[in-house]
Unconditional design. Sequence first.
Length: 244
Amino acid sequence: MIILDSLSFLVVAVISGAISGTIFGLVNLALVEPYLDRAIGIEVQNAVSAGEEVNPIEHVNYRFWQKGGEVVAGTILGMSFGALLGIVFVFGRKLIHGSNIKKALVLSGVIWLVIFMIPALKYPANPPTVGDPDTINYRQYLFISFILISGFTALGLSIIYHKINRKSSFKLLAVSVIYTGIIVGAFIAIPPNPDKITAPMDLVNGFRIMSMLTMTIFWVVLGITFGLIWDKLKPHEPTQFKTI
């Protein structure tokens, strides 16, 4: 049974997530948006070349509001991931030695690896000009399926790891090998992205690198802020105990 001050726990998860998500949105504006502008510019040029009517004023207004909403969206996304890290932290903090900041960083790194980095190796991020609109639902299905396989495999193995009382380095090696085997199998079994890349590769590669960088920054900042606020509020040392 895990005893926490539920209100303090919620504050830690929400505030750390909101801070990290806001920073993520701002960094995204600086690093990723220039690639999106270029990609959308190519998309507009292709539409004009195909004889479609494009209203430049509507396009500018749309991008203005899209960029303005990116920080808000980042904040909301950050709070969601803050809650996820909070749940993982509650059950995983005792498995890691060191300060709460170190524990939060390690666990946020694990989440980053499982639900972002490994899926990105199978399905790298692409700017808007890459991909047939008719296949978008299919591509999203493939991507989400891979995330679910990676995430639930990691979750199941972590439960097994926790249930095994024996303290041994072999235990960690065993679950790592099993996870790797399942992911390799998923890499082989799940179809690749069906669409060919027709956009300039410098644009595609730059977009992928910056997307990976901003997401990595987000998880590092989330781990640090979560650990700092946890140390400040100490939800694991409540004055009024509540069970979660």
